[in-house]
Design a protein around this ligand. Structure first.
Ligand SMILES: [Zn+2]
Length: 156
């Protein structure tokens, strides 16, 4: 990765841009390694914040990041990107907690945030963003990315 960065540094894009995203948008997406979030949304460096975690779920830390994105750096739109074949779809919360506990001796105090249906979780995430008292009443859009076709689908 350091060697790759040597090459990148000679041709890097986004250098010298202002920190505020040019398109005024913050994306919340799953950390899934198959998703190149900038490219699948047609975004260039400097255009959007991309906040990622397992599932792309709206946690307290996502709300913290969105509040900074909006109040400090001026974004007004939020795009949520969940995806097909996500590891959190149908995952077993108790089995995960057991697994962590067996491996480390500690039971995690936070939920895994598994969900049964990806569309339902997108709708729940949209609701959590819209109802957060710390965010502006921004445009919020929920989507599901298909990791087999590359297509992004709006979730009504
Ligand atoms: Zn995922």
């Amino acid at each position: 990765m350091l060697a790759a960065n040597e090459e990148w540094a000679g041709q890097a894009s986004g250098l010298g841009l202002p920190a505020a995203p040019a398109r005024g948008v913050a994306v919340v997406a799953c950390m899934d390694a198959r998703m190149d979030v900038y490219r699948l949304l047609g975004l260039a460096p400097g255009e959007a914040h991309v906040i990622r975690n397992a599932g792309g779920v709206v946690t307290d830390d996502v709300l913290r990041s969105l509040a900074i994105s909006q109040h400090v750096l001026g974004t007004r739109e939020v795009v949520l990107v969940h995806h097909t074949r996500c590891g959190l779809t149908g995952a077993d919360e108790a089995a995960f907690a057991d697994q962590v506990q067996r491996a480390t001796g500690q039971r995690p105090p936070w939920p895994m945030r598994a969900f049964a249906d990806v569309d339902d979780d997108v709708r729940e995430s949209v609701r959590l963003v819209r109802e957060s008292p710390y965010l502006l009443t921004a445009e919020v859009r929920g989507t599901v990315y298909d990791v087999d076709t590359g297509r992004l689908r709006d979730v009504a």
